[in-house]
Design a protein around this ligand. Structure first.
Ligand SMILES: [Mn+2]
Length: 288
């Protein structure tokens, strides 16, 4: 090995700490925030999450899994485009190739509209969404396709076998009416006030699931814990509460996930630290 190989790092990419050539989880970033409607800047999030990830402990004492011994492949960031349809197509194709190679995509947003591409690139599975908002608007500010409508589009196009939505507290009356009419599984904030019963409801719903894709909009977390998001909403989950939900996925088949809507310029470090922790624990679950 040359001294250059030895002494240079590939930062901001997540670098392989293990000697293993085998890899299971493939990370990629989507620096796209063109459909953000309030604060912008989530295009800078993929590298901010990587930087935080490189600075936390990656042995999970809870899951007894050591990521120091795991080869995490980082593919870098998606090429920059300004058009959502083009971005969705690219994310879908990259996700599809990762799945065809037998790997697990771990996607770092960007705004939440990327999930409209990634889920379409997956085999049909259970979609678990953590989000303060329902994202079930029919259109928003003139856009049929945006970070506020993508879930409606995925649902209408029958892209998921089951949908479980966790942490909601902010949506229009029309959105609440829509999800209630269609009997979509919503574990809203009021159900999480009693954490144990919220977790039980989640576990009961998971038992019939085969493949599971998880999408985390960081605004599901209370702004006190995660201030650096695009559309902060009060009365959210704590860091501990979301991690307890994530740990419920242990022993289920996690086939892909994304973490979206972090805005580094509004963050004090708390949000990126939590995003990195979620990334680490989800990789641990995906690897076991
Ligand atoms: Mn949201």
């Amino acid at each position: 090995m040359s001294k250059t190989d030895l002494y240079m790092s590939n930062e901001p990419l997540i670098t392989n700490l293990s000697n293993s050539q085998d890899n299971k989880v493939n990370v990629f970033g989507v620096p796209f925030d063109a459909t953000s409607t309030y604060r912008i800047g989530s295009r800078f999030a993929p590298n901010a999450i990587r930087e935080a990830f490189q600075n936390i402990e990656i042995y999970s004492n809870r899951l007894k899994k050591d990521l120091e011994n795991v080869n995490i492949k980082d593919l870098g960031n998606l090429a920059k485009v300004g058009d959502i349809t083009e971005m969705n197509k690219m994310v879908k194709e990259v996700t599809k190739e990762i799945i065809q190679n037998g790997k697990i995509p771990a996607i770092l947003g960007g705004d939440h509209s990327l999930t409209n591409g990634s889920v379409r690139g997956m085999n049909k599975s259970t979609l678990v969404v953590f989000d303060a908002h329902l994202d079930f608007r029919d259109e928003f500010e003139g856009l049929k396709l945006s970070h506020a409508t993508f879930l409606r589009r995925l649902y209408e196009d029958d892209c998921v076998s089951n949908l479980i939505h966790i942490g909601s507290r902010a949506a229009t009356k029309a959105e609440w009416d829509f999800v209630n009419k269609d009997d979509i599984k919503i574990i809203d904030m009021q159900k999480i006030y009693n954490l144990e019963s919220g977790l039980r409801e989640f576990k009961d719903e998971l038992t019939s699931s085969n493949d599971i894709y998880v999408s985390i909009d960081l605004d599901v977390i209370d702004p006190a814990f995660a201030p650096g998001v695009g559309n902060p909403e009060a009365n959210g989950m704590t860091s501990r509460e979301i991690l307890e939900f994530i740990y419920c996925l242990e022993n289920f088949k996690l086939t892909g996930f994304d973490i979206v809507e972090l805005i580094p310029s509004y963050d004090n470090g708390s949000t990126s630290a939590l995003a990195a922790r979620l990334l680490a624990e989800l990789i641990c679950i995906a690897e076991s």
